[in-house]
Design a protein around this ligand. Structure first.
Ligand SMILES: [Zn+2]
Length: 290
């Protein structure tokens, strides 16, 4: 993937470096909460999927205090920050055209928060172990770029386009929020008769975000002709490496379908490819087909 043509976004809130150290104060987080957080982080930290109604709800508003460095907003100068800014800028340009054309909505650009370690989010505590996520309440994307190294180390899922896909997936959740899907989903999950039903809904939301990431890549490539088959293979490898079935087998030796919340490897590859081939949001209706 070539990113030199991509316009760097300025909608980056940089809280890295010295910021975001978590300092429990007063009550702090109970040992139970910390344990739960650690477990969730362990389960989700290797997953570039959002945490809608996940760990952040357990973390609540966060009982700790943060010593955050004053956030700088704008395009970061360092290499990885600049890369993220360019990918984000391209999602802004693409979705500003695609959303009105395909969904009759105006695109509102989200803020991407870069952090290291832990930081406060509108959905509770953001910790790097959770992996990147989108908070629908403050409409911000949260990313600790050490996640990219994690992808490379743990799944061999590295490469610029694979990293871009992770960002585009989170932006996909923002698009879902803008088209009014996320609030509906949250209601449906609240009313779900059991956990399995709620999880099945989550899977559809995640697969749609994968498909939207594919739609974005399709349009980016039309504009810049900057990805090739190797890039796509890279992203597909990442998508298949981070499917829930594979994660679960790695961690407990077997897969439990009802606890899947992000889709199987095969499903993730299928939906990413669908978006990539069609460039159409309509083709991403994971609630009709799975
Ligand atoms: Zn997700």
């Amino acid at each position: 993937m070539r990113e030199d043509d991509l316009r760097p976004s300025e909608n980056i809130e940089d809280r890295r470096g010295g910021g975001g150290r978590f300092a429990a104060r007063g009550g702090g987080l109970g040992i139970g909460a910390v344990l739960v957080l650690t477990l969730i982080g362990w389960a989700l930290g290797i997953n570039p999927a959002t945490l809608i109604g996940g760990a952040e709800m357990v973390a609540g508003g966060g009982n700790g205090a943060y010593q955050s460095a004053p956030a700088r907003t704008g395009t970061p100068n360092d290499q990885v920050g600049n890369f993220v800014a360019r990918v984000l800028g391209e999602t802004e340009d693409v979705w500003s055209a695609v959303l009105p054309a395909q969904a009759n909505r105006q695109y509102e650009k989200p803020i991407l928060v870069l952090f290291s370690g832990a930081t406060r989010s509108g959905c509770g505590t953001a910790q790097s172990a959770m992996g990147p996520f989108y908070c629908p309440l403050d409409r911000k994307l949260y990313l600790d770029t050490s996640f990219f190294q994690d992808m490379q180390r743990r799944f061999g899922g590295g490469g610029d386009f694979a990293y871009a896909y992770v960002i585009a997936h989170e932006v996909g959740h923002h698009v879902q929020n803008l088209i009014g899907l996320l609030p509906k989903v949250q209601r449906a999950q609240r009313d779900a008769p059991d956990r399995a039903t709620a999880n099945a809904i989550s899977v559809r939301v995640e697969l749609m975000a994968d498909c939207f990431a594919g739609v974005w890549a399709n349009k980016m490539n039309q504009r810049h002709n900057n990805i090739d088959e190797n890039d796509v293979r890279e992203a597909v490898r990442a998508a298949s490496a981070i499917g829930d079935d594979r994660l679960e087998r790695q961690s407990q030796g077997y897969a439990v379908p009802d606890s899947f919340t992000h889709g199987t490897s095969q499903q993730r590859v299928h939906w990413l490819t669908t978006g990539l081939k069609t460039g159409s949001m309509k083709a991403c209706d994971t609630f009709q087909r799975q």
